[in-house]
Design a protein around this ligand. Sequence first.
Ligand SMILES: C[S@@+](CC[C@H](N)C(=O)[O-])C[C@H]1O[C@@H](n2cnc3c(N)ncnc32)[C@H](O)[C@@H]1O
Ligand code: SF4
Length: 316
Amino acid sequence: MADSYRIAVNVEWTSKCNALCTMCPRDAIEHPQLMADRTWQQTLKRLSPQEVFRVVIAGYGEPTTHPQYFDFVEDARRHPVRFDMVSNGHLLDPEKLAHLDGAVGLLIVSFSSIDPDVYGRVHVNLDQRRVMENLKAAQQLLKRTTLGISLTPMPECLPSLPDTIAWLKAQGIHALTMSPTLYNRGGNLKEHALASERLRALIREHGLHSQELDFIPSGREIFRQWCSNRYKCVPRNVDLFIAASGDYLYCYNDVGHRHPIGNVADDPLRAVLRRREDMAAIPALCDDCNMRDRYGAGELLQTGISFVRQRLRQVA
Ligand SMILES: C[S@@+](CC[C@H](N)C(=O)[O-])C[C@H]1O[C@@H](n2cnc3c(N)ncnc32)[C@H](O)[C@@H]1O
Ligand code: SF4
């Protein structure tokens, strides 16, 4: 390892979900499961601010469906590392929201469209009106947690994007983010190709926050990651995925959870990172992955410029 660096960690409280979103290839998970309390406690012990700059509670499932939601949130509140959460918002009623306040720094609710037909087709099984009511409640109730939105980068969501943004802003919600890549999740989604250039242009046009910047702790640490890892895949190297089983996954794009590289019960996080630093690409996962070249030389430069711009805006 060239030098130490911090990473983001993605923790999956559950790989079960109350939705069937069209863009999410969760059907690749053979045995969806809940994270056991014991595994969660082991996970917490593995996370330290020296090694982790951010923990995102998301994974491939819906965290608010976990039966121990209230206990787990309480544990996150007491932990020294910064926690964020990504949710589809359907179960985020006022009681759950009030409990979340201050325990996570950023709550990101995924939202596809203000158009009920589009929402119903993309966020299958969810109630758009209920999610919208929960968003309004979140905006009122959250005092120490920032509310953000993850806008779905699906082609069918884009015609209604201006109206969706206008409704969210009218509610006072301004932290609007979008991924510049509609991930094909290691080749799991072939039919949803959408050029990242087009998404980047939309992100710029609407003044959205690009999610690719959220996994970069600092320019220096990205450089250290780059030097330390034999396989120069930035999306793989900036993040470590801890599945509901406690397995550390080789890459968060391993939707099928088929490539574990350790488990929280046995391995400290740094030991797993060292193991991964020496690992090459896994052809079954990497060959068809559209994230692989997300940070080629040009894109890395563009991302670096956006990163610096954003930091300058934050200090201004
Ligand atoms: C997998 S979900 C898990 C958390 C939660 N169930 C939710 O829907 O927000 C995490 C995020 O990934 C996004 N997502 C799912 N599939 C995607 C894809 N193929 N490309 C880009 N983002 C995707 C979701 O919209 C959501 O914002
Ligand atoms: S190329 Fe491989 S390591 Fe990189 S993001 Fe894709 S699946 Fe992950």
